[in-house]
Design a protein around this ligand. Structure first.
Ligand SMILES: Cc1cc2nc3c(=O)[nH]c(=O)nc-3n(C[C@H](O)[C@H](O)[C@H](O)COP(=O)(O)OP(=O)(O)OC[C@H]3O[C@@H](n4cnc5c(N)ncnc54)[C@H](O)[C@@H]3O)c2cc1C
Length: 472
């Protein structure tokens, strides 16, 4: 704020006309303004508003100095930010989602702009970003489900977790997914936390979703669901599973679902691992023992864990009716097929065997990830963080240290001074861009709508409605 000469006089305790004070009050702001002009502001685009994108923004904010700061533009294809924290993390794990408070703090810092509802590859091209920014950070995650590659995989009732999870989490692209739950038995393929989330969501009593932010359409479908038996099939043994123990430890506490795991199978795994086995493996097996010790009750719903099974074929004419699995065993420390098979009658198969990144034009990909060396794409000013960089591994927190390392590299490689560039806004004049203030309106409306029903929020799965909530 610049004061007028009269205002200066009014504030001046030495009297209205002290010329020295008047001069200082006029000159000091000009000096500050000039000093601010001397700070080099580098413009950085971050594509993808998931955990990795926000942690990259935080690392940039933390790297600002008196001589150099960063103007951050975050570009997100959906009208809503937060990536898998909104569309992946299971609705019955609300505590995990509170990390979004950290994201909102990052977003309200100076020099941060959100451009949601803008897709790299269709609304803007990679070349647009490279021209306009001193560096571009690809944080677009890993959203394509890996295929089983077996006959029958494309039958109705055979789904990927990459579609099923965003369906129950109100991702607009999946709101109309066909999820046939008119079957007694569902089979989940996989041995990681995503498989466990999927199996648990299918096996919980649907009234447990009422106080959660599960999509309304999914709650309706789960309430009509005939699924009572969920079988999670893992290719290898209990000691090889990629579950984490906190998730395993909550299973015996489920109120309306019996969780079943073979005592013999877990004991055999315990005898196979040596004393020098990894701590995580020991913790997991300890958690599995607790599951085996829990006495089953009369609940109609069961979640069963089966190990050493490889899916071979899914059968059915117009709809899944059964899955055939090959039985494996351990021989000299490796998993081998016994040649025996097992058939499970079921109407739903969900595979959760990993993800790969969806390619974006102008970005090189290899092995399902953005091709990079320690986060840098070749010798360019393009960088990558999170699941787009590493593939689908690690929890939310893993993306923080990862992004911090990549941003360190980015900052080291910046030129001496920023280039003069056009604003990305020029390209988006006919697009309904969801800015941070629009998003805050959407966020507030969803939270308010949820309060009426005792939920953390009531998510909309409709792009038009989301834009309307944002005032667009
Ligand atoms: C089902 C599931 C459950 C999980 N549960 C947990 C959990 O309970 N606890 C935990 O710690 N971790 C959990 N994780 C892991 C955690 O979600 C990831 O570590 C994290 O989300 C990866 O962050 P990211 O930013 O790389 O990707 P994402 O979170 O996927 O974010 C990528 C963002 O990029 C956007 N985007 C994609 N393409 C474009 C484009 N072309 N233009 C613009 N924007 C684009 C996407 O819309 C998305 O918002 C879970 C993961 C899954 C799949």
């Amino acid at each position: 704020m610049r004061l007028t000469a009269n205002e200066v006089g009014e504030l001046n305790p030495l009297g209205g006309s002290n010329p020295l004070v008047s001069a200082l009050i006029t000159v000091v702001p000009l000096v500050i303004e000039r000093l601010e002009e001397l700070v080099l502001t580098f413009r950085i685009a971050i594509v993808g508003a998931g955990p990795a994108g926000y942690f990259a923004a935080l690392a940039l904010q933390n790297s600002a100095t008196d001589e150099r700061n960063f103007a951050i533009d975050m570009i997100e294809r959906l009208p809503t930010p937060w990536g898998l924290v909104r569309s992946g993390v299971a609705p019955d794990h609300p505590k995990i989602k509170t990390v979004s408070k950290v994201f909102e703090k990052i977003a309200t810092a100076e020099n941060f702009r959100l451009f949601s509802n803008v897709e790299l590859g269709s609304d803007v091209a990679m070349s647009d970003l490279v021209e306009r920014y001193d560096a571009v950070v690809i944080a677009t995650g890993s959203s394509l489900g890996r295929k089983l590659g077996i006959p029958g995989e494309d039958l109705r009732g055979s789904l990927s977790a990459a579609d099923f999870v965003p369906w129950y989490n109100a991702h607009p692209d999946f709101a109309n997914l066909d999820v046939p739950l008119d079957t007694d038995t569902a089979v989940v393929i996989g041995a990681g936390n995503v498989a466990m989330d999927v199996a648990r969501m299918l096996a919980l009593d649907p009234t447990e979703f009422d106080p959660t932010d599960t999509a309304d359409h999914a709650i309706v479908a789960f309430k009509k669901s005939s699924v009572r038996r969920v079988i999670l099939c893992a290719r290898r043994g209990p000691e090889h599973a990629a579950f984490t123990s906190p998730e395993l430890r909550e299973l015996p506490k489920l109120e309306h679902t019996n969780v079943l795991m073979s005592k013999d199978e877990v004991s055999a795994a315990l005898s196979r691992i040596g004393d020098d086995a990894e701590k995580d493996v020991k913790n997991n097996l300890g958690a599995m023992e607790l599951i085996t010790q829990k006495e089953p009750t009369s609940h109609a719903r069961t979640l069963e864990f089966e190990f050493f099974l490889t899916p071979l074929e899914i059968h059915g004419s117009d709809r899944v009716t059964e899955i055939v699995l090959g039985i494996n065993k351990i021989e000299n420390g490796t998993i081998v097929a016994t040649g025996e098979m097992k058939t499970i009658k079921c109407g739903l198969v969900v595979s959760a065997i990993g993800y790969s990144a969806e390619p974006i034009m102008g970005v090189p990909y290899a092995k399902g990830k953005v091709e990079n060396v320690e986060g840098r794409v070749g010798e360019t000013n393009i960088y990558t963080v999170g699941w787009a960089k590493r593939g689908p591994s690690g929890v939310i927190g893993t993306n923080k240290s990862d992004a911090s390392d990549v941003i360190k590299l980015l900052v080291e490689n910046l030129p001496n001074s920023p280039k003069e560039k056009d604003d990305i806004e020029d390209l988006l004049y006919d697009k309904k861009v969801v800015s941070q203030s629009h998003w805050e309106k959407i966020n507030a409306a969803e939270v308010l709508a949820g309060e009426f029903h005792g939920k953390p929020r009531n998510k909309s799965a409709n792009v038009e409605e989301l834009l309307r909530l944002g005032g667009l």
